[in-house]
Design a protein around this ligand. Structure first.
Ligand SMILES: *[C@@H]1O[C@H](CO)[C@@H](O)[C@H](O)[C@H]1NC(C)=O
Ligand SMILES: *[C@@H]1O[C@H](CO)[C@@H](O)[C@H](O)[C@H]1NC(C)=O
Ligand SMILES: *[C@@H]1O[C@H](CO)[C@@H](O)[C@H](O)[C@H]1NC(C)=O
Ligand SMILES: *[C@@H]1O[C@H](CO)[C@@H](O)[C@H](O)[C@H]1NC(C)=O
Ligand SMILES: [Zn+2]
Length: 481
């Protein structure tokens, strides 16, 4: 507590002294519960921010943090990655292994384009952050985030909108603002906001199209709208704002099509997920035959048996990953034959490719200012968000230590980690004044000591800096949980 007060401050000696006399509980009450809004502009590739003027993205970078590239999860598709952002898990661990899936245990297929996605079972290998927050007594609000209108572990977000692609961005923002600015008991702590662009245009036009310039400028205007609405509602300085995306976009070409029919009969397999990472289920007893027909079939396509999928992709240990996957090289499209829809842009490729990686900008009381980081992993966002929201992270594949440099030094204090989730009891309240007074006395004594040291040793590095270093080992312990 003493550390907290000193750290908060460049505060004057008098002010610090005053703060020390506050009872413990009211020190907490001084801070409103943290609020966090996570925004995804689908398919916003990392380099779009420098392609055309994007003043609103840049204002967030100046006032907050900018991570140039986010290494997302394989396969670099929309549903997999949106679920990773809110769970911190690779897709093999959260179970949404693609936009199209087949689960042999359920004997059911999932498609983002059908009502099959509303079956809770698909989602329940993981617990999204909004559910965890609500179980801890907080509230969340979701505007069209993939999966946020599905009942997961018995819960919907406290506030949510059923998916409707036609609902304009501005209306989604209106709901978000309303949820965040509700009276204290009802205000959401965590909000998620999703917008379909620039993904849709990227698929149709291809990212290299000059027409994409206008699309990207349009996204920056949408962000500008969100910022101005947050300001109008008096939320801008209070709410932590993260703007990122699920994946990037690669340019395709009609000259780069791989036709599977040339190599293997359709009668031998079931086609599950689409290009550029195609999931195939060979017919009973046909695994080796199908695999050997495809293994060296085309230099622009790699075939993997499920057990051989490289470890670094973290895409193997799930029943929904098919026995064979085919991965096209960047820019290539796998089809059965040339009939059927063809797109000029696509994603789904290897997550190590820069073209697949989105951008990340964030600002707000929890974040540092004017700070640039070359890259981060998208799974690290989840523990970061848990830290900001002061709730315990569930087991995940991310690590706070990889991204804690994005946070303002105050956020890195051990005090920012959650109190144990036991409900308040009477005895806690009745002892509070006693404990408070005792701590108060201890703090005053501590303060006087520190003050004397501070005054006499002015030449030493600042207390703020030293405190930050001291907090490191404690933090590391938290990470082991
Ligand atoms: C799987 O479901 C289909 C109908 O969707 C059914 O025809 C088939 O028999 C089922 N298979 C098993 C193994 O239950
Ligand atoms: C979706 O949103 C549009 C635009 O607001 C609206 O006209 C339409 O009725 C909505 N559809 C449903 C099913 O709610
Ligand atoms: C390509 O596949 C479609 C079915 O998807 C079929 O109707 C069509 O005849 C095929 N075209 C050729 C040239 O084989
Ligand atoms: C990812 O996290 C989950 C949950 O803790 C764990 O079961 C899984 O083994 C992790 N994956 C890797 C590659 O560490
Ligand atoms: Zn897409």
């Amino acid at each position: 507590m003493l550390g907290l007060v000193l750290l908060r401050g460049g505060c004057s000696a008098l002010l610090c002294l005053w703060a020390l006399f506050l009872p413990v509980d009211s020190l907490h009450a001084v801070n409103d519960p943290p609020q966090l809004l996570l925004v995804s502009f689908d398919g916003f590739r990392w380099d779009y921010v420098d392609r055309v003027p994007t003043p609103n993205f840049h204002s967030i970078m100046d006032e907050g943090v900018y991570v140039e590239k986010v290494e997302n999860v394989y396969i670099t598709k929309t549903f997999s990655n949106h679920y990773s952002l809110v769970t911190g898990l690779y897709s093999e661990s959260h179970g949404i292994v693609g936009n199209e899936m087949y689960d042999p245990a359920l004997n059911q297929s999932f498609s983002m384009e059908t009502d099959s996605m509303y079956n809770s079972r698909w989602w329940e290998e993981a617990v999204p952050l909004w559910v965890t927050i609500q179980k801890a007594g907080g509230r969340s609000g979701a505007a069209m985030w993939p999966g946020s209108d599905v009942k997961i572990h018995g819960m919907y977000p406290s506030q949510y909108l059923p998916y409707n692609a036609s609902l304009p961005f501005e209306s989604r923002v209106e709901h978000i603002i309303e949820w965040f600015s509700a009276p204290k008991q009802e205000a959401v702590n965590f909000g998620v906001l999703y917008w379909e662009e620039p993904d849709e245009s990227g698929h149709i036009l291809g990212p290299q199209s000059p027409l994409m310039d206008g699309v990207i400028a349009g996204i920056d205007e949408k962000l500008g709208f969100l910022i101005s609405e947050l300001k109008k509602a008096g939320l801008y300085e209070k709410v932590n704002l993260i703007v990122t995306s699920d994946h990037g976009m690669a340019q395709l070409s009609p000259d780069k099509i791989i036709e599977l029919d040339e190599y293997v009969s359709r009668d031998l397999y079931t086609w599950v997920d689409k290009s550029p990472v195609v999931g195939l289920i060979p017919n009973e007893g046909k695994l080796n035959e199908v695999y050997s027909l495809l293994a060296d079939a085309n230099p622009n396509m790699v075939a993997y048996k499920k057990e051989e999928i490289p470890e670094r992709l973290h895409y193997q240990h799930n029943i929904r990953i098919t026995p064979i996957i085919l991965e096209a090289k960047e820019g290539w499209t796998i089809m059965q034959n040339r009939t059927g829809p063809f797109m000029l842009g696509n994603h789904g490729y290897d997550n190590a490719l820069q073209s697949m990686q989105p951008v990340f900008v964030a600002r707000g009381p929890a974040f540092r200012q004017n700070y640039v980081k070359p890259s981060m992993r998208s799974v690290d966002l989840y523990p970061l968000m848990c830290q900001i929201l002061a709730i315990s992270a569930l087991p995940n594949n991310g690590s706070l230590s990889n991204v804690q440099d994005l946070l303002s030094p105050e956020m890195i204090l051990p005090t920012a980690t959650p109190p144990p989730p036991t409900p308040p009891t009477l005895s806690r309240y009745s002892y509070a004044p006693v404990v408070g007074s005792f701590l108060g006395v201890v703090m005053v004594l501590g303060f006087l000591v520190v003050y004397v040291v501070f005054v006499t040793l002015k030449q030493r590095p600042s207390l703020k800096h030293r405190r930050w270093e001291m907090s490191q080992p404690l933090l590391q312990e938290d990470l082991q949980l």
